[in-house]
Design a protein around this ligand. Structure first.
Ligand SMILES: Cc1ncc(COP(=O)(O)O)c(C=O)c1O
Length: 115
């Protein structure tokens, strides 16, 4: 509670478009403790996975080929609720009713199952 009260009296929430001192300190610690030289903070798992998918596609397209866009996902995988993350998820139920999407149809959905 004390931490929440202290934070509430300073900065409660801001878009990640803006930076702030605690985020910069955490980013520095992560950089020092890992191989990374930059840090991306997200507000949800879906947003983090969305960024990871975009990064993977950007890397493959810019380094190898504009046709390297396939993302392989496991059957019944769950990566979040954004259009991109549901499109690479394995669950038909959360894709139903979203219509055809070039981004969805250009991806390879693996049918690998652990069952
Ligand atoms: C593996 C995995 N990826 C992504 C998500 C989505 O996270 P969020 O609900 O924070 O967007 C979840 C949530 O349960 C998850 O388990």
């Amino acid at each position: 509670m004390a931490a929440l009260k202290t934070q509430g009296e300073t900065l409660w929430h801001t878009s990640n478009v803006f930076t702030n001192e605690p985020a910069l300190r955490l980013a520095r610690k992560l950089i020092n403790a890992t191989f990374a030289d930059r840090v991306f903070f997200a507000n949800s798992g879906g947003e983090a996975n969305e960024a990871a998918f975009k990064l993977a596609r950007h890397y493959a397209i810019t380094r190898y080929s504009p046709y390297k866009t396939k993302i392989i996902a496991f059957h019944n995988a769950f990566h979040g609720r954004t259009l991109f993350t549901v499109s690479v998820g394995g669950s038909q139920s959360i894709r139903t009713g979203l219509g055809r999407n070039r981004r969805i149809s250009s991806m390879c959905r693996s049918t690998i199952s652990t069952r």
